[in-house]
Design a protein around this ligand. Structure first.
Ligand code: GDP
Length: 433
């Protein structure tokens, strides 16, 4: 269990590391601002009470620390706060597309290991449904334009709640599911289910609103038919807006074709060839050999049955968890291979797209901060040197004054001596006369 979702854990590790670096930058900025804003006179004991000295100190401080430097550091503080918030909210996002009833909701449920989304007849997903984790104990949903948290009691209740809503195919309903019940959501993965690409959507709006931050796309196909133009068209559009999107092709409902041994191999090869050429030659989203590890033949229905059995879910429900057709083991094996490769690509892509820019920005801010503080340091060294020079000049002046004063004292004494002599001589002469 410790190796479960090992590659996804890397995303959280990187997020933790980058968050710590930003915490250090933030503390550094706070410390600088505290120093900048501290009253300079408070740091010079001799200056207290001496208004003239405080003025001189302040003038000297503002020469070293320009208002522009203080403003830059203040701006950095706001920027770093914003970035830290974005980083802490970052999740890995995977978007599912395909025609109605190909099994998108079932694939999502199988990956989550439980029936979270309604699926099947009468439960066509007619809006975007985003499943994400919550630390709360029970599930709830949020509809567009409302922050109200509406509790979800059961899958069927979610299904009817959605069908009662007047939702168009461009609206987003967020389904929050307790993280403690689902390991994939604990790793901060967000899964986005979409209405079928066959509902003639406004593809631009779909992509702009829901796909620009997706790290991985999963095209859920029906392996009983061939890759359709509507499906291809959607991904061509995605490819024109996002460079090299990570796309997986799941040939679902493989349990329905796999049994026909004569044709199964041939059908599998045809699907594989078409999918690889679509991903590599048409979309140019990866190389041909990479594309081969992006195409899988699965039965989401069986994978879900297995997951429910593994966790003893659904045993007491009125409808049994479901049946498994011959050869289910290899289809389930392929499903698990898909999940492993998917997690690898998801975390790798999310780390690059979500954190690379933040790492670059962090480096830039740290560099700018360094330049500002270096300038402050150099300014203060310069001020100190000039203060020393001034003190030395003062001392020289004082010395000169002292010399001048002592010379003056000597002269005065000599003069006084002469005066005394003259007075003595005069009084002698007066007495003789
Ligand atoms: P969506 O509209 O693409 O979300 O499709 P759903 O997940 O709602 O699935 C439509 C129907 O196909 C449901 O009744 C599922 O039980 C069924 N289904 C989904 N995956 C499979 C599969 O792998 N094999 C079979 N036989 N049925 C499947």
């Amino acid at each position: 269990k410790s190796t479960q979702h090992a590659s996804l854990k890397q995303f959280r590790q990187v997020r933790e590391e980058i968050n710590q670096v930003y915490a250090q930058i933030s503390a550094y900025i706070d410390e600088c601002l505290e120093f900048f804003n501290s009253d300079c006179s408070a740091n010079t004991p001799g200056a207290i009470g001496d208004a003239a000295s405080v003025k001189v100190e302040e003038a000297c401080f503002s020469r070293i620390l320009t208002p522009a430097a203080v403003q830059s550091v203040t701006d950095f503080r706001a920027k770093v706060r914003g970035i830290r918030e974005v980083i802490s909210r970052n999740q890995m996002k995977c978007a599912f597309f395909g025609r109605t009833s190909n099994g998108k909701s079932t694939v999502i449920n199988a990956m989550l290991g439980r029936k979270v989304l309604p699926s099947g007849i009468g439960h066509t997903t007619n809006c975007f449904l985003q499943v994400e984790g919550t630390s709360k104990e029970s599930a709830y949903l949020q509809t567009p334009n409302s922050s109200e948290e509406r509790p979800i009691e059961s899958v069927s209740q979610l299904g009817s709640a959605l069908s009662n809503e007047k939702l168009d195919c461009e609206s987003l309903v967020r389904v929050f599911w307790p993280k403690q019940l689902c390991s994939l959501l604990r790793e901060d993965v967000v899964l986005l289910d979409s209405p079928g690409v066959d509902v003639s959507p406004d593809l631009d709006t779909w992509i702009d609103q829901f796909c620009m931050d997706a790290d991985v796309f999963i095209l859920v196909c029906n392996s009983e038919s061939t890759l359709m133009n509507t499906e291809k068209k959607f991904f061509h559009k995605v490819g024109s807006k996002l460079s090299k999107p990570n796309v997986f092709v799941l040939n679902n409902r493989w349990d329905c074709s796999d049994g026909e041994l004569d044709s199964a191999e041939l059908v599998r090869k045809q699907h594989m060839d078409k999918s690889v050429s679509f991903l590599a030659d048409e979309l140019k989203s990866c190389t041909r050999s990479e594309a081969e590890s992006r195409v899988y033949f699965v039965s989401a229905k069986e994978a879900l049955v297995n997951r429910l059995k593994e966790t003893n879910q659904g045993l007491e429900s009125p409808s049994p968890a479901g049946s498994l057709a011959d050869g289910w083991q290899s289809r389930y094996f392929d499903f698990k291979n898909f999940e492993r490769e998917f997690e690898l690509i998801l975390s790798d892509s999310a780390i690059r797209t979500k954190f690379a820019a933040h790492a670059e920005q962090g480096r830039h801010i740290a560099g700018q901060m360094f330049s500002i503080l270096e300038a402050v340091y150099e300014g203060s060294v310069e001020e100190k040197d000039s203060a020393v020079r001034q003190r030395q000049a003062l001392q020289r002046d004082l010395e000169n004054l002292r010399v001048a004063a002592s010379t003056e004292r000597d002269i005065r004494q000599t003069l006084e001596g002469i005066e005394r002599k003259v007075a003595g001589t005069l009084s002698e002469e007066i007495r003789r006369l």
